[in-house]
Design a protein around this ligand. Sequence first.
Ligand code: ADP
Ligand code: MG
Length: 339
Amino acid sequence: MAKIHELSNLLANQIAAGEVIERPASVVKELVENAIDAKASQIHVLVEDGGKKLIRVVDNGQGIEQEDIPLAFVRHATSKISNRHDLFQILSLGFRGEALPSIAAVADVTLASRAQDEDQGLTYQVKGGEVIGSQAANGRLGTSVSVRDLFYNTPARLKYLKSKSTELAKIVENINHLALAYPEIAFHLAHNGQVLFQSAGKGNLQQVIANIYGRDVAQKMRSITGQSEHFKIDGWISRPDLTRSSRDYLTVLVNHRFVKNFSITNAVVQGYGSKLMVGRFPVGVINVELDPLLVDVNVHPQKSEIRLAEEGELTQLVTQAVRDILGEENLIPDALENL
Ligand code: ADP
Ligand code: MG
């Protein structure tokens, strides 16, 4: 019988990477979420070859203190939660302390950071889980993380990646969701030197919608709000004459986190009732705010699925808010809907 032994850190990180880091877009999401958690107001994302060659995220956030930088690459090391109590009230996007060590296990990562209260920063390189170098640097305030040659040491993963343009499309999608969730942050995305997306960071959600879907779409949106015992919602939804053939244009954000939640998108669709043709879906963004105690984000390593308490109350609130605003429009009078 083989002896039981503990896996090396590197192997454990590679296993975690398999869950957290599926493709270049997952790297972008994790790095940008770290920048958001660090209170950045500007986030630049630079990508080469669909993210396969290089992903660089530069922020003007709080930075990491020099002595903490090596720890940022240790699994389950985080500055965001510290006790059991925190786990049930998560306000940050990250908390698992898994992203950086996972990425560094399967790529060549260089992190440079200078913290607010330090005059010197540090550049730190980890490749395939091994520390390659560390050097004092007089960088600007904030953090930049460059990820090169993702999956260079995991050939199966590398092979599973799609074409550069498909991988890039997934990156753009993630950046769009993050920009919709944080209109007060200025995002900038460039691919092979070409600017693909920019948001102004002025806090205007309708403007971000215009940046993503175009002015004409943004002009055909109506703002919705609503409140119930446990939830507050707000956002923008399209007039019934502006639809798409998939639900993907309906973004649901729960406490500023993009989530995939069928019940909530379905509640929006229900609100349109017969104003929507079969197989057509509205464009929209719904922000849901609730006490973090009522939502479990620790369901999946990528954190895009959640469990909500009082879901029925929320779906009712959403459907009603949509109905109210479309009722005011009276665009397509529908006697049945007005019952
Ligand atoms: P998590 O976000 O779950 O804490 P990560 O592996 O993504 O785990 O990051 C580890 C730690 O590194 C974070 O808790 C944070 O303290 C620090 N960190 C990572 N990226 C940044 C950044 N852009 N700005 C400031 N601190 C960062
Ligand atoms: Mg993180």
